[in-house]
Design a binder for this molecule. Structure first.
Ligand code: ZN
Length: 255
């Protein structure tokens, strides 16, 4: 069976986790990178990572939608104290299309400040970063590069192709999700990114549209990401699976 890693899932937001993980294992998913979005989510993700059904690799971070929460300083402290338990800092980044930012421009600065702080933690502890960059692709890239980060993945990248080229030339990665089945921007990005620069993921439990209406994703659906990438790249599934698994192992320092 093909071995897969779901490199981006919000396991802290998933109910009936044991059965979800069992289904993932049955689908060939041997490891899941569990991203966090705020203080409580970091605590919960760390707890979940003790689960033995599938190898769970925690990442700690504050998501750009959660920047106004009071406990951000507490969360940054948590990350510094527990960095050795994490495989990455994430999900962090900027989102200029987020409704709060559209309403109030000062929120943009707040996002940037918190993003910078988390990039410097990643730099200090030599951890890769998982970036949410919606509507803020250029700034996400520039700040990341300026912070001296060596390893970054632009998750679910759906931005302009010229920025994608900068990302790739800088040896950063992008990741594909099941939105490849309908998002022209995401399709364009994955078409233009070499296999060497790709990770596959689900962003579970995100809801994706399909011909039957849609579905709430779970890590087993990384098989559908794999199929979509294979067809867009015109490559065998086994080739894409092997390559993206190697990329994930190298990126997250796994053995
Ligand atoms: Zn996410």
């Amino acid at each position: 069976m093909i071995e897969l890693t779901d490199t981006h899932a919000h396991l802290d937001q998933i109910e009936n986790l044991d059965s979800v993980l069992k289904r993932a294992l049955e689908a060939g998913v041997k490891a899941i990178v569990a991203v966090s979005s705020d203080y409580n989510s970091c605590i919960r993700t760390l707890e979940i990572s003790k689960n033995k059904i599938v190898r769970i690799l925690p990442a700690f971070g504050i998501h750009p939608w959660e920047i106004t929460k009071e406990e951000t300083d507490k969360c940054l402290e948590f990350i510094k104290e527990n960095y050795h338990k994490a495989v990455a800092i994430g999900e962090i980044g900027l989102d200029y299309w987020y409704k709060e930012v559209k309403k109030d421009k000062t929120k943009k600065e707040l996002q940037q400040n918190l993003y910078r702080k988390q990039l410097s933690i990643a730099k200090e502890y030599d951890l890769p970063v998982i970036i949410h960059s919606r509507g803020a692709w250029q700034d996400c890239f520039t700040l990341c590069k300026e912070a001296g980060i060596k390893k970054a993945v632009f998750h679910w990248y759906s931005g302009p192709v010229d920025i994608l080229k900068e990302i790739i030339n800088n040896d950063y990665l992008v990741s594909a999700t099941p939105a490849l089945s309908y998002s022209p921007q995401h399709q364009d990005a994955i078409k233009n990114a070499p296999l060497d620069s790709l990770l596959i993921e689900t962003d579970s439990p995100v809801f994706y549209r399909n011909q039957q209406g849609g579905f709430n994703s779970e890590p087993k659906d990384v098989t559908s990401t794999l199929e979509l990438v294979s067809s867009i790249k015109n490559s065998e599934k086994t080739v894409v699976a092997e390559k993206t698994l190697q990329n994930a192992k190298k990126f997250f320092n796994l053995n």
